[in-house]
Design a protein around this ligand. Structure first.
Ligand code: ATP
Ligand code: MG
Length: 564
């Protein structure tokens, strides 16, 4: 067993699991599950939940099931089922042959409900949804018994059977557990366990017109599957007494529910309901839009599975909710890409530079290392010729103090190539716009070093105009604006959306090795950040890149200030 011989240094969930394996509870077995509802794509909050469930199983030599909680026929779709499986696999987890659907248990769940009625612990209620709510009471006032609470077992069995047979319209009747209308825990005030919904289910079609509620389906599915530790997020804490009540009332195998804090990340929308709204209202192109905090979106943006797992490791597992700064997530992907992404030259906002003393028609090839962090990554060649592009912002006609890049009369290094000096600026006479620069190069500085030991303060990235490939580059920001508690209080989601979450740059010039960048290929554009070839829109010869993250690591500063 156990990587965890001792409980020290473990989070509270693992401590509990370690304790149970030590004492032989559940015969020392560890069996977890991840139960997503297939009503949307997984976001990074879900990744925390399944990362925890799958890794605990792995660490304790146990098993983890994937179970689709598909008990609500109206919201669920096969597209979501498929995306969820893809995303879990992408993060490196596998459920083996244990792929389950709560809908597979509909008959068993129905039989359990009949059993509960026979035990005198459930009744068919004719109150409409509004009345059920009104009878439920509030946090400060107890509820009232339903007038249908004391129906006989026979009558309940008959009515429940007829609910199933389709005799009644939606909402006409429910099956409710008979618990305690004055319980301080509202979840125990005779909760509904079955409701009537005449709707096609994505797997069972029209076989059923009554559907179990989450609390009924969830605990019993755990029990049916022999789950030992049912690990879920903190909002289910108040449901635990009900989880326990159902399993005790039926006298069936009883797993234990353990709750942990949900993941919240600044600037990220981590609610499926809201993300669905963002997609439906066209704020993004779809669930896998690289601005989305879904795993599909993060993948398309260039995040690696390792970086997300590292983020989870650093966030840890706690009992109380707290918000994580999105800078930590960025930090994790930056660290990972720094180690593995090849460095390339890409000019996002090109300015032509003519090197007047460089022979027309001559082309030289310079060797460039792919990744100074990784000696195995090798090198490639870069063509150099008389006309190159540099970044427009790397030139200032009238440079401010501390501007060490190109300016009239100044010399800089073109990385891996030569020193060049700016001789003159060619402008559009009517607009004053800078059209191109005229420079000279020093042939003695081949490869980027001066034999006379002379130094330059700036090193620029560049591409040869003749060899450059046109590319589109998308600079991405967060979907949520910078938070402002005063302005945002009570605001609608639509008002919180950042209007400039995507800036599309066309006519960028990238080095020739990027012409056929494979979809999903990840690079560091020197001095610009980490970029990923878009898996949908990038085509051979016409690459499209998303900026995964900039180079500036704000986390280091935050961590320092916070003493982390
Ligand atoms: P959302 O609140 O985004 O709609 P959900 O809880 O309704 O999500 P489910 O498909 O029911 O979505 O979630 C599957 C599992 O993922 C649940 O056990 C839930 O506890 C967990 N989960 C969802 N969001 C988070 C989060 N932000 N942090 C940690 N766990 C989460
Ligand atoms: Mg849920």
């Amino acid at each position: 067993m156990a990587t965890h011989e001792r409980a020290e240094g473990l989070d509270f969930v693992r401590t509990k699991v370690a304790e149970d394996t030590r004492t032989g509870r559940y015969d020392g077995r560890v069996h977890t599950r991840f139960p997503p509802e297939p009503n949307g794509y997984l976001h990074i909050g879900h990744a925390k939940a399944f990362n925890l469930n799958f890794s605990i199983a792995e660490e304790f030599g146990g098993l983890c099931n994937l179970r689709f909680d598909d008990t609500n026929p109206t919201a669920e779709e096969t597209e979501y089922v498929e995306s969820i499986m893809e995303d879990i696999h992408w993060l490196g987890y596998d459920w083996g042959d244990r792929l389950f659907y709560a809908s597979d248990y509909f008959q068993q769940l129905y039989d359990y409900a009949v059993d509960l009625i026979r035990r005198g612990k459930a009744y068919v209620c004719d109150l409409c949804p509004d009345d059920i709510r009104a009878y439920r009471g509030t946090l400060t006032e107890p509820g009232k018994n339903s007038p249908y609470r004391d129906r006989t077992i026979e009558e309940n069995l008959d009515l429940f059977e007829r609910m199933r047979a389709g005799e009644f319209p939606d909402g006409a009747r429910t099956l409710r557990a008979k618990i305690d209308m004055s319980s301080p825990n509202i979840n125990l005030r005779d909760p509904v366990i079955y409701r009537i919904i005449h709707a096609e289910h994505h797997r069972t079609g029209d076989k059923w017109c009554i559907y179990p509620m989450y609390d009924w389906a969830h605990g019993l599915s755990d029990s049916i599957e022999g789950v030992t530790h049912s690990i879920c997020s903190i909002e289910f804490e108040d449901h635990r007494p009900l989880y326990d009540w159902f399993l005790d009332a039926l006298e069936v195998y009883h797993p234990q529910q353990i709750e942990f804090a949900r993941l919240y990340v600044s600037r990220l929308i981590l609610s499926k309901r809201k993300l669905l709204q963002v997609v439906a209202r066209g704020h993004v192109d779809g669930w896998d839009d690289p601005r989305m905090p879904t795993l599909a979106g993060l993948r398309r943006r260039g995040y690696t599975p390792e970086s997300i797992r590292e983020f989870m490791r650093r966030v840890g597992v706690a009992k109380t909710d707290s918000e994580i700064d999105v800078a930590l997530l960025e930090h994790c992907v930056r660290e990972d890409l720094n180690a593995q992404a090849p460095r390339v030259m890409a000019v996002l906002n090109p300015l032509r530079v003519i090197i007047e003393n460089y022979p027309e028609g001559q082309v030289e090839e310079f060797e460039a290392v792919n990744n100074p962090e990784d000696p195995e990554a090798g090198s490639r060649t870069l063509p150099f010729s008389r006309v190159v592009y540099i970044e427009r912002e790397d030139f200032e006609e009238d440079p401010p103090k501390k501007f060490f890049r190109l300016a009239p009369g100044r010399e800089v290094r073109l990385k891996h190539a030569y020193f060049v000096r700016c001789k003159s600026v060619v402008k559009d006479e009517s607009t004053g716009e800078i059209l191109e620069l005229r420079c000279t190069y020093d042939p003695e500085t081949k490869g980027g070093d001066a034999p006379d030991g002379r130094r330059v303060k700036g090193t620029l990235h560049w591409v040869s105009a003749e060899h450059a490939v046109d590319a589109e580059v998308r600079i991405l920001d967060y979907l949520l604006r910078e938070p402002d508690p005063e302005r945002d209080a009570g605001a609608e989601l639509d008002d919180l959306i950042n209007p400039t979450s995507r800036t599309v740059l066309t006519g960028c010039k990238v080095e020739p090795s990027l012409a056929d960048a494979p979809p999903g290929g990840r690079y560091q554009f020197l001095r610009q950040g980490y970029f990923c070839a878009d898996s949908v829109d990038s085509k051979p010869g016409a690459p499209v890149f998303n900026r995964t993250v900039s180079l500036r690591d704000t986390w280091a500063k935050i961590a320092k200030a916070g003493g982390r």
